[in-house]
Design a protein around this ligand. Structure first.
Ligand SMILES: [Fe+2]
Length: 221
């Protein structure tokens, strides 16, 4: 693990600007087994914005203009994501799966709507993760799986974790975490007429001479 789970409130100084950008874009990209729609990746829309956002996140962990470190990052994705009530109303209840992303990745999201009933939960592993915990569906929208099968899969998948923290979906808060931490999106309480807006990111490769959590571990007693 190279990074701690990080919560950064008041992430954008000017939320009108970021909301204006979010509202001018088209939400046309579907992701399998994940409700709602995303924009195309922001590097295909505005490279200046893409670099600004990437540096903004990395500034939390690195002196990014430091000559010694020569920070490098590649394979980075940024996209806005909207989930409406209609996107989840047919989702089978309680079927949001605890899962991990790729262990080497740094990922996260900035909450850009007021949905304090929603959020993201983080867990500790209490047993070795099964196949589904790494690669299974993230939610119960996969209609190829029967109700009974889904219930069993859900029980099997979501057992064996201890809840560590529930981050509430507070407007303009960034939640940043390494892909190795088990997590789950909390969407069950999205109500009719409500919409969840987030800005997602994923860094697949970050190269630097040291990392925050590695530095922390070096100071063991
Ligand atoms: Fe995830």
């Amino acid at each position: 693990m190279k990074f701690p789970i990080t919560i950064a409130p008041n992430f954008f100084s000017d939320t009108h600007k970021i909301l204006k950008i979010a509202n001018e874009l088209d939400y046309v990209v579907d992701e399998p087994f994940y409700p709602g729609k995303k924009t195309i990746f922001l590097n295909h829309i505005d490279m200046g914005l893409f670099y600004h956002l990437s540096r903004k996140v990395l500034n939390l962990f690195f002196e990014i203009d430091d000559d010694i470190g020569k920070l490098q990052y590649n394979n980075v994705e940024w996209a806005f994501h909207k989930i409406k009530y209609d996107d989840i109303k047919d989702m089978r209840k309680g079927e949001l799966f605890i899962h991990k992303d790729h262990p080497e990745h740094l990922t996260g999201l900035i909450y850009l709507s007021h949905n304090e009933n929603l959020g993201t939960s983080f867990y500790l592993n209490e047993k070795t993760p099964s196949f589904h915990k790494m690669n299974g569906p993230i939610c119960g929208l996969d209609k190829n799986i029967s109700d009974e099968e889904m219930e069993n899969l859900y029980k099997e998948n979501n057992s064996g974790f201890k809840l560590m923290s529930e981050v509430r979906h507070i407007f303009n808060t960034a939640v940043i975490f390494p892909g190795c931490v088990p997590h789950k999106i909390n969407l069950e309480d999205l109500r009719p007429g409500e919409e969840r807006l987030t800005l997602h990111f994923l860094f697949r490769e970050i190269g630097y001479y040291t990392f925050p959590y590695v530095r922390c571990k070096l100071e063991d007693l």
